[in-house]
Design a protein around this ligand. Sequence first.
Ligand SMILES: Cc1cc2nc3c(=O)[nH]c(=O)nc-3n(C[C@H](O)[C@H](O)[C@H](O)COP(=O)(O)O)c2cc1C
Length: 172
Amino acid sequence: MPKLLIISSTKNSNFDLSKSIKSYIKETKDLNCEIVSLEDFDLPLYTPTLEEKFKKNQSFPQNIEKSKNLICSSNAIIWCSPEYNGGISPIVTNAIAWISRATEDWKEGFKDKPSLICTSSGGNGKNFIEGFRIQLNYLGSRVFGESLIQTKSKEIQKEEFCSVLDSFCKNI
Ligand SMILES: Cc1cc2nc3c(=O)[nH]c(=O)nc-3n(C[C@H](O)[C@H](O)[C@H](O)COP(=O)(O)O)c2cc1C
């Protein structure tokens, strides 16, 4: 069964959104679906100096290896992340930086992978969605054209929620 990984940046409203997505997918699709919160990996801040240190010891820490293996072994990814300061939250950029350095080919975790961008943000999250789309496209992901956007004042309508997930899952 194809593996769908749902990655939440936080353990708050984006994690709740991830749980709703997982529960819908479990009910309606034949996919092996898992959620992780990037907060649980507690990855160090990427710096070239720290990478050099890990490479001298000939191993990356376990949590970097674990996040890399999860992403690399998935067939598709749903990202749920808030907009921060008109852009991508640092926890996501940081995780991607480590994964791109811990793999043989820096695109390995992302290339050709169907990917859906979702957000629960204070406002409409558009800057995050657009910025992250550019980043994922650069990494070779096949980014789905639509997104699920929840704001502090607007819930996602059930019809839209189901229709976006149904269409996205057809590509996996
Ligand atoms: C550092 C920081 C910057 C933020 N910048 C934005 C922003 O630019 N646009 C926006 O819509 N919300 C912004 N927010 C609000 C978050 O997107 C919002 O609180 C979101 O629900 C947090 O996600 P979570 O509930 O999963 O933690 C910001 C929050 C923080 C902590």
